[in-house]
Write a protein that binds this ligand. Structure first.
Ligand code: G3P
Length: 278
């Protein structure tokens, strides 16, 4: 499974890329907002265009970077996707345009098939698309049919929706069992027939495999290392993880204990090997 970093922080991207385990980067308007707030604290002047160019150059040619459009109509999203691609892909040839699968908002603006139309339009222009805000396997299916190179199912937010339905209190990064949960009255909880975010990704993986669809699944909205592990086990091609989750993936208390024990057992005879040269 490939690992993408879910961030717009240049600092985080630089650091994670230096470890040699990052295959791509995903951003969204909320992550860009966070990065801009942090950027303004240290630099009043730097414009977002040069900041994004630094992200693309840091990620490099082999690491696709998703940049999201801002509009809700097919025409706006197509135009913005082309603009983003033309402005930024020349930096490192790694831009992917992120398009919401469906842009209807709570005010009823946007269009049911505007996302799908924009995916089709950009695909015809040979611009790679990552279709985002996927909450059901059927949304993933139609995004892939429209030509999306990637789909991004929001796993953690499915788990949030299931817990909220049962009015459960939880912390954002709490583990949610892949096999689902029951409420206090012993009712099994689902969201549109899905028992968890891992279930969402697992069902998309089965469908894509069954019909030999080339679209890659980016398991997104990943909240903890166990969820990333489960995504790998159910066949996500990629997990996009926040920096904090990436750091947590490298750690275990048993490793800490082992480090303590091994460093405590270093004898001078063995240490001598390292001071005598090759
Ligand atoms: O990649 C999607 C991601 O940024 C959303 O994550 O944690 O806000 O649900 P989250």
């Amino acid at each position: 499974m490939k690992l993408f970093l879910d961030t717009a922080s240049l600092q985080e991207i630089k650091e994670a890329i230096s470890w040699g385990i990052i295959d791509g980067v995903t951003t969204n308007p909320s992550l860009i907002k966070k990065a801009v707030i942090a950027l303004r604290e240290v630099d009043e002047q730097e414009d977002i265009e040069s900041y994004i160019k630094k992200i693309l150059a840091t990620a490099g040619r082999m690491c696709p970077v998703s940049l999201e459009v801002a509009g809700l109509t097919a025409d706006e999203m197509t135009e913005q996707g082309i603009l983003l691609y033309e402005k930024f892909d020349q930096v490192a040839g790694n831009v992917v345009i992120k398009i919401p699968v469906c842009t209807i908002n709570s005010k009823g603006e946007g269009g049911i098939f505007d996302g799908i139309t924009a995916i089709k339009n950009l695909t015809e222009e040979r611009i790679p698309v990552n279709s985002t805000l996927i909450f059901t396997p059927e949304q993933a299916l139609i995004a892939a049919k429209a030509g999306a190179e990637y789909v991004s199912p929001f796993a953690g937010r499915i788990d949030d929706r299931i817990r909220r339905q049962a009015e459960m209190s939880f912390e954002k990064n709490d583990y949610f069992p892949a096999t689902g949960i029951y409420d206090e009255d012993n009712n099994f909880l689902t969201d549109f027939g899905l028992v968890s975010g891992v279930d969402l990704v697992s069902q998309i993986a089965k469908i894509f495999q069954q019909y030999k669809m080339e679209c890659e699944i980016i398991a997104a909205s990943i909240r903890n290392p166990i969820q990333a592990r489960e995504m790998a086990a159910v066949g996500a091609h990629i997990s996009t993880v926040p920096f904090s989750v990436l750091k947590a993936m490298a750690q275990h208390p048993g490793t800490v204990d082992g480090i303590d024990a091994f460093t405590g057992d270093l004898v001078k005879e063995y240490l001598g090997l390292f001071s005598s040269g090759v």
